[in-house]
Design a protein around this ligand. Structure first.
Ligand code: G6P
Length: 612
C-alpha cells in the first residue's frame, strides 16, 4: 500500500522519481505526488495515476537533484489532491512521504491543534510532519534528531522519507512495519518501497530493520541508527534481480506476462530442490526445522487473498500426503481471535509480498506463543521472511500485476514439495507413490505450457460472456481452492460478481441463483470426485445454467453435457491445481480486457496490503 521513492545525487531527480513511481504503481494508484528541492521546495500532487502527475509536472523543476515521490492507496482521507503525499510541514520548509498508518494520529493531532496548528488534509501523515517540525523548533534540534524523537511518540507503521530546504544535502528515512530499501550508487542514493525503482541504477542495497532510521547524505557515508539512538553498521546486499524481470517484455499487461511466465516460474520454484530420479526433495531453508514438522500435531496456515487459496491447497496436500491436520486461517481473523496455540504447532505464513500487515501480525502472535514459524514468501528479504524461523522462497520473480497469478502456482509448488518431503520422512506415503508424484511434479511446467495453449479458445468464451453479471465457480477436493481462486480473479479485475463454491455445497444455496443467464465454471478433471462433479453439472443443467467446464484432455463425458469445454493435460489429482488454475487466470484476464478494465491496476486494490 503506497509506494515511496527518493533520490539524492548528481542526476536530475524528477525522471528517476517518476520512473520509480511507475514501477511502484502496483502498490497504490489513487493519487500521486512529488517534492523537488531546487533552492526552494516545490510540491506537485494530484488525484489519479502517476501519468496524471507526470502531465502536471511536465518537466518543471527539471534541474532539481534531490526529491521524493509517492503513489497512494488511501487509508486516512479520501483520495484527492489535498490528501495526496508529499505533505508539507507547517512552515512549508520540509515535506514527507509515508507508507503505513500512524495509529495514534488522532491524539497527536488534537494536541497539535490545541497548540494552534492547522491541518489541510485528513491524513495521519500530515500530523507526523507537523509533530516533527514542532519538536525541531521547540528544542532547536537538528532535523534527524527531531525525527527520531517524534518517531518515539508514534504508534503504528511507517516507511518515511523527509526532505528539507534547511538540509538540502540529505534525506532522512525511517521504517517500522512498512518496507524501505536504500540503493547505494556511486555518489548517489536511492530510496524505495522495493528495489524495482533502484535496480536500473545500482544493485547494492541496504534494507533498514524496523525502528531504524538513516541519514542519507548527498556525498559520503550512509548513517544508520535505531530510533533509540543506537548506531548501526549498514549491511550492503547485492541484488540478483534483472531489469527485464520488471518490464512487460512485449506483453500488453504484466498480468498476461506473468500468466505466461508460469512454466518458467514453477520450474524456478523447484530448481535445485527436486530431483525426481534420485527421489530427493531438498528445501534448504527448512531443513533444520523438519523435525518440528515431524513432531507437530497440527499445522496452521495463515495468509490473505490468493495466498490463502494456496494455503487451502496446502491443507489438502498436508492432510492427504503427510497425514498432519491443517487449519487454514485468514490472517486478519486469526490475529484478533485469541487463537489457541501450542508450542509444538507449526505455523506456515504464505505471502507473495512478504509485507501483508495482517499476515505479519498473525505470525508475530504465533511466534510470541512459542510456535514454529515457517514462511513461504516471494519477495526476498521481506518483513515476513525476516520474522520467520525458517522458510522457502518461491522464486517466482517479481510479480507486478495486482492480481496474483504466478505467485499462486509458485506457492502451491512449494507446498507440494514440503508436503511430499514430510510425507516421505514420516512414511505416510509409499515410496512408489512418492517417486510417482516427484516425476509428475517435474512434468508440471510442460503441462502448464500446454494449458496456456487454451488461450484462443478462452478468448472466444470470454467474448460470449463479457456482459455477464454473475459467475459461479464450482470444484471439489483439490479443485475447490481452484474454484475459489478462479472466482476471486474474475471479481478482482473484471468487477463481475463471482462466487467460488464446493460443488456439492451448491445445493445448499447458490443453486437458487441458477437460470439460463448464469455461467457456471466447473473444474471437472478426471479422478478425485469426477463422478460426483458430473452429478453437480447435471444439477446445473437441469436448471438451465450454462456450463463452462475445465476438463482433462480427451474427456468425452463432460463434453456431452457442457456448453463450453476447456481441455487441460492430465496430471495427478494432488497436483491438479497447478494446471487447472491456468485457464481460469486467462478467462478473467480476457474478460477484464474486453470490458475495458485496468487489468494490472484494478480499482480499489493494491498489491501489497501493509495496512490491516
Ligand atoms: C492483496 C493482493 C492479492 C494478494 C493479497 C495477499 O489483496 O491484491 O493479490 O493475494 O493481497 O498478499 P500477499 O502479498 O500476502 O500474498
Amino acid at each position: 500500500m503506497c509506494g515511496i521513492v527518493g533520490y539524492i545525487g548528481p542526476k536530475k531527480a524528477y525522471p528517476i522519481l517518476i520512473k520509480g513511481l511507475y514501477r511502484l504503481e502496483y502498490r497504490g494508484y489513487d493519487s500521486a505526488g512529488v517534492a523537488l528541492l531546487d533552492g526552494g521546495l516545490n510540491l506537485y500532487k494530484t488525484k489519479g495515476k502517476v501519468a496524471d502527475l507526470d502531465r502536471i509536472v511536465n518537466n518543471r523543476d527539471d534541474t532539481a537533484n534531490v526529491g521524493i515521490a509517492h503513489t497512494r492507496w488511501a487509508t486516512h482521507g479520501e483520495p484527492n489532491e489535498v490528501n495526496a503525499h508529499p505533505h508539507y510541514s507547517p512552515s512549508r520548509r520540509m515535506a514527507i512521504i509515508h507508507n503505513g498508518i500512524i495509529e495514534n494520529y488522532g491524539s497527536l493531532k488534537k494536541e497539535l491543534i490545541n497548540r494552534g496548528y492547522k491541518f489541510s488534509s485528513d491524513t495521519d501523515t500530515e500530523v507526523l510532519i507537523h509533530l516533527i517540525e514542532d519538536i525541531q523548533q521547540q528544542e532547536n534540534l537538528h532535523l534527524d534528531e527531531a525525527v527520531r524523537i517524534a518517531l518515539n511518540q508514534v504508534v503504528g507503521a511507517y516507511a518515511i522519507v523527509i526532505i528539507s530546504q534547511d538540509y538540502p544535502d540529505s534525506l532522512i528515512v525511517a521504517k517500522k512495519g512498512s518496507p524501505l530499501v536504500i540503493g547505494v550508487g556511486r555518489d548517489e542514493y536511492f530510496v524505495a518501497s522495493d528495489p524495482s525503482p533502484i535496480v536500473e541504477y545500482t544493485k547494492d542495497v541496504v534494507y533498514l530493520e524496523d525502528e531504524e532510521m538513516a541519514i542519507i547524505p548527498r556525498n559520503g557515508e550512509l548513517e544508520v541508527k535505531t530510533i533509540r539512538n543506537q548506531k548501526k553498521t549498514p549491511y550492503i546486499y547485492h541484488l540478483e534481480m534483472q531489469l527485464s524481470s520488471i518490464e512487460k517484455g512485449g506483453f500488453p499487461h504484466f498480468m498476461l506476462k506473468e500468466i505466461y511466465e508460469q512454466p518458467r516460474s514453477i520450474k524456478d520454484s523447484m530448481r535445485g530442490r527436486l530431483n525426481a530420479r534420485s527421489g530427493i526433495i531438498s528445501l534448504g531453508g527448512i531443513i533444520d526445522y523438519e523435525q518440528k514438522f515431524l513432531n507437530c500435531k497440527r499445522i496452521i496456515i495463515v495468509a490473505c487473498g490468493t495466498s490463502w487459496h494456496a494455503g487451502l491447497v496446502g491443507e489438502y496436500l498436508f492432510e492427504d500426503l503427510a497425514r498432519i491436520p491443517v487449519e487454514v486461517e485468514y490472517a486478519s481473523e486469526f490475529r484478533y481471535r485469541n487463537p489457541v496455540l501450542y508450542e509444538d504447532d507449526v505455523v506456515i505464513a504464505i505471502s507473495q509480498s512478504g509485507e501483508t500487515a495482517d499476515t505479519l501480525a498473525a505470525l508475530e502472535t504465533a511466534k510470541a506463543r512459542g510456535a514454529t514459524i515457517i514462511g513461504i514468501c516471494n519477495v526476498v528479504g521481506s518483513s515476513i521472511a525476516r520474522v520467520t524461523h525458517a522458510g522457502s522462497y518461491t522464486h517466482a520473480g517479481p510479480e507486478i500485476g495486482v492480481a496474483s497469478t504466478k505467485a499462486f502456482t509458485a506457492q502451491v509448488t512449494i507446498l507440494s514439495l514440503m508436503a511430499l518431503s514430510i510425507a516421505d520422512k514420516k512414511g505416510s506415503i509409499s515410496r512408489s507413490r512418492y517417486y510417482q508424484l516427484l516425476s509428475e511434479m517435474e512434468a508440471i511446467p510442460a503441462k502448464v505450457e500446454k494449458a496456456l495453449e487454451t488461450n484462443e479458445k478462452i478468448l472466444n468464451i470470454a467474448k460470449i460472456f463479457q456482459n455477464a453479471r454473475n459467475f459461479l465457480y464450482l470444484g471439489r477436493g483439490y479443485n475447490f481452492p481452484v474454484a475459489l481462486e478462479g472466482a476471486l480473479k474474475l471479481k478482482e479485475i473484471s468487477y463481475i460478481h463471482a462466487e467460488g463454491y464446493p460443488a456439492a455445497e451448491m445445493k445448499h444455496g447458490p443453486i437458487a441463483l441458477i437460470d439460463e443467464e448464469m455461467p457456471v465454471v466447473v473444474i471437472a478433471t478426471i479422478r478425485g470426485s469426477y463422478e460426483k462433479v458430473i452429478s453437480n453439472i447435471q444439477e446445473v443443467k437441469a436448471r438451465k445454467g450454462i456450463i463452462i467446464a475445465v476438463v482433462t484432455e480427451g474427456d468425452k463425458v463432460v463434453r456431452e453435457m457442457a456448453d463450453h469445454v476447456i481441455e487441460i493435460p492430465e496430471t495427478d489429482e494432488v497436483l491438479v491445481p497447478l494446471v487447472a488454475t491456468i485457464p481460469l487466470q486467462l478467462l478473467s484476464y480476457h474478460m477484464a480486457v474486453l470490458r475495458g478494465c485496468n487489468v494490472d491496476q484494478p480499482r480499489n486494490l493494491a498489491k501489497s496490503v501493509t495496512v490491516e
